[in-house]
Structures are given as C-alpha cells and as structure tokens.
Design a protein around this ligand. Structure first.
Ligand code: LLP
Length: 435
C-alpha cells in the first residue's frame, strides 16, 4: 500500500487528517498511528501465505497501546507477550488467551501462575531452570502447561548486535541438544503438554537466508522427535521481518511466505509467526515542534535544532544508531537548507533524533519523525521527569486520542516521601533550611 502519511496541498496528512490539526488539537510531542496501515500490513502478511495462513501472534512489545492491541484482536490476531504487564494489556484489549504465547527469559513465578490459570496457548520456554519451575507451578495449580521450547539455533541474523538473539552468545533460548533433551523429559512429564517448537533469531532482518536456515534447524528437530514418537504441532519462527527506515528494501514477505510454504508443503505443522515491527513501524510518526534554533557560531561547532521530543520519547537513534526520516509537516518556511542535528531538551549529548540532516527549519516549525510506530512510545520513559507523549490513532477523517499526555501529577502519583522526622528536624539549625 502507499504510505498513509502523504503531503497533500502543501502539508502532511495522516490518512485524511492534516498533521497540523492533530498537533493543534493534542499538542506535541505526539505519536500518530494509521489504522488503515496496521490493518493492511496484517492482511498483507496473511495473504502472502494464501490457503496456508500462519497463526499471527503480534509481538506486543513493539507497540502495546490498548487501541492498537484491540485492532489486532479484531482482525483475529493472537499475541506474543513477555511479561505479566503485557498479558494484562492483551486481556484488557479483548485478546483471546487461547491465542497468547508467552516468551521471555525471566518469567517470574507469579507470571507463570497468572498465565497457567487462564490458560494461555503456550509457554515458549527459554531455559532448563524455567522448564523445572513451570513443572512445579503447573503441578501446584493442578494444571497442564502447554509448552514450546525456544531453540537458539546459533544463526547470525546480520542485524544490530543489541537486537540479534539467535547466536549462542545471546541469552535467549536453549541450544539444539538441550532442547531435544527437554522435549524427551516433557514427553514423560504429566504437568507438561508439548505443543510446538519456536525460535526468534533477531529483529530488523533484511534477508530470508538466516530465517530459512533457522526453519531448517527446527524442521530437523521435529523429524528427530517424530522418530521418537514425540509430536510437535506448531512451528513458530518468531518475528524479525525488517522494514524500510531509510533506503533499505522492505522485507520481501511474499518470497518469505513462498519459501516457507514450500518447506512445509508435505507436513501437517501449523506455522506461527510473532511479527512486531513489520506490522506497525511504518504506520506511526512522531510529531514534534522546533523550540529553538542554535546554529553554529564557529566552524568546529554543529547546528542544533532543539525540538520538544527527546531520547526519552524515541530512544532508537541513540540506542541503535537508528535512522528515522525527518520532514517538515508544512512547507511554509523560506529558510535556506542547513545541516541540522535534531536534539531534545535532555541533559545528555546522546539526546538526538538525527544528526547532520539537511533541512529548511525555522523556530516553531512542526516536524514529523517517520517510522515511529514500533519501539517508539513502547520504549519511552520519564527521564528528566518529562511527561510521556500523547498517542493518537487516525481512522479515515477521524482522530482518536488513545493515550493522553502524561501530567506531573501522573508521574508523582506513585511516589511518597518518608514520614516526618522530628529529631532530624530539631538537629538542623533554622537558617540551614530545616523543616
Ligand atoms: N518475538 C520475540 C520473542 C521477540 O523478542 C521479538 C522482539 C519479536 C518477536 C518481535 O520482533 P520484530 O518482528 O519486531 O522484529 N527495540 C528494538 C527491537 C527489539 C526487538 C526485541 N524482540 C528496536 O527498536 O529496534
């Protein structure tokens, strides 16, 4: 589909709504998402597989806003979660527990119990210690835990080291040999029911090869287990499908689907996928306004445009050296083009959204940071006691506030001071400011 973020009549629109109107109504910084984009991406992924549709388990961590989860639940999507918090969100959004897979290396006892009682579709088990704990908790609750073992196939996904997860040096999953041993144990453990096998080798993956190599590893394990009469019902290849941020090609999802279908053709296995970024990244933008221009006054200095969004709102440029396109929302300024560093108000030199970017800027300009629908708001924080941004979802010509901007009161609501301490107060001289 064409982008839902398009310049029309000299200004950027989100579907049919002018971005300037959204900024006037809800302020800045604000994340804005397109409903049509999310739905089209979901359908595109599903359609690519034709009459062998995968069970899509949307990776909640990419964008966990309730309204976004609700949209995917309405489309029939399940969810990949990694915490009790994400589980609460999915339930609140009307997600079906029978379509929830629970990943993550550090599930607490409390989280296991929560999911066991529901019960969810399966636990993607990531270590032998978690495997043992799950047996214990399932036994105590009188439940049978459905499991998949997350395999670490030791495959290089050729992505940023922080988001590469399928190498043996990474903390995720268990090596092939141990996974096979755990399946053999699970087979004779009444508290466990084997449902699937899974992997997730990394995120923002550009080519098919590593994903297909991972599929081969899993398929050969399925065969080894089948020979021992241990049946695997679903095969979960995780997420990882890359998207276009700058000029990289969008992931060829049709080729991916065709290659997987070919390999699964003669097998009764249900394919499962856990996409996050692919579904939402390019369906979101971050609107931000230029507060001040601080041009270089000497040759060794840089030109800074100080905007009202910061690394607490969008940490991807700082954390992964990620590129996000930036453009002016309306083409009104007659300023000449200059290379700007777009920086926020946070007291760190790593606080930037982009660097050395040719832009025509004036103070007060409204800017759009692209590709912010995945791992944008979801990774935001209150650093420097900044209120987290608002989130708006556009549907045709309507825009809905799906998370209001935080207030200082929201931030302070969870904190408290110590009770008054009369002794300490007395020991301080009045002019030292004692209370
Ligand atoms: N499944 C599991 C078990 C995962 O750990 C992840 C992402 C996904 C699925 C979804 O992956 P995706 O389809 O979105 O690539 N904050 C980073 C990305 C971290 C990804 C973590 N795991 C970023 O902004 O690039």
């Amino acid at each position: 589909m064409t982008s839902p973020f398009r310049q029309r009549d000299g200004e950027l629109h989100v579907e049919s709504v002018a971005a300037t109107r959204i900024a006037e109504q809800f302020g800045t910084p604000t994340y804005v998402y397109s409903r049509a984009y999310f739905e089209n991406r979901y359908r595109r992924l599903l359609d690519a597989f034709g009459d062998r549709p995968p069970a899509i388990r949307y990776a909640v961590k990419a964008n966990s806003n309730l309204a976004v989860l609700d949209l995917f639940a309405r489309l029939g999507s399940g969810f990949d979660i990694v915490s009790g918090g994400e589980l609460e969100r999915v339930l609140q959004a009307g997600g079906d527990p029978a379509r929830i897979v629970f990943s993550g290396v550090g599930k607490t006892g409390e989280e296991l119990d929560f999911a066991l009682k529901l019960p969810i579709e399966c636990f993607n088990v990531e270590s032998e210690a978690e495997f043992d704990r799950l047996i214990e908790h399932a036994g105590r609750l009188g439940r049978t835990a459905p499991i998949s073992i997350r395999v670490n196939p030791d495959i290089d996904a050729n992505t940023h080291p922080y988001i590469s997860t399928g190498l043996k040096e990474n903390k995720f999953g268990v090596p092939v040999g141990l996974a096979l041993r755990l399946y053999r144990r699970a087979h004779v453990t009444p508290e466990l029911e084997i449902t699937g096998i899974d992997c997730h080798i990394g995120s923002q993956i550009a080519d098919l090869k590593p994903l297909m190599d991972a599929l081969e590893t899993l398929l050969s394990m399925v065969d080894t287990l089948a020979a021992e009469a241990i049946e695997i019902r679903h095969i979960d290849l995780g997420g990882g499908l890359g998207v276009r941020y700058r000029n990289e090609p969008d992931f060829d999802v049709e080729a991916y689907a065709a290659a997987i279908r070919k390999r699964l053709a003669d097998r009764p296995l249900q394919l499962m996928l856990e996409p996050g970024r692919f579904l939402v990244a390019n369906g979101g933008i971050l609107l931000t306004r230029v507060e001040y221009l601080k041009p270089a006054s000497a040759p060794e200095q840089r030109n800074f445009a100080i905007v009202d969004a910061a690394m607490n709102d969008l940490i991807r440029p700082t954390l992964y050296q990620a590129w996000h396109d930036v453009e002016r929302v309306a083409d009104a300024s007659d300023a000449t083009e200059t290379r700007w560093d777009l920086v926020g108000p946070i007291c760190e030199s790593g606080d930037f959204l982009c660097r050395d970017r040719p832009l025509r800027l004036a103070a007060g300009d409204l800017l759009c940071v692209r590709s912010a629908g995945a791992y944008g708001f979801a990774q935001s924080s209150n650093y420097n006691s900044r209120n987290r941004a608002a989130e708006v979802l556009v549907d045709g010509d309507a825009s809905y506030l799906i998370r209001r901007r935080e207030t200082p009161r929201d931030q302070l609501a969870l904190e408290s001071v110590l009770p008054a301490d009369p002794a300490a107060t007395r020991s301080l001289p009045k002019d030292a400011g004692g209370r």
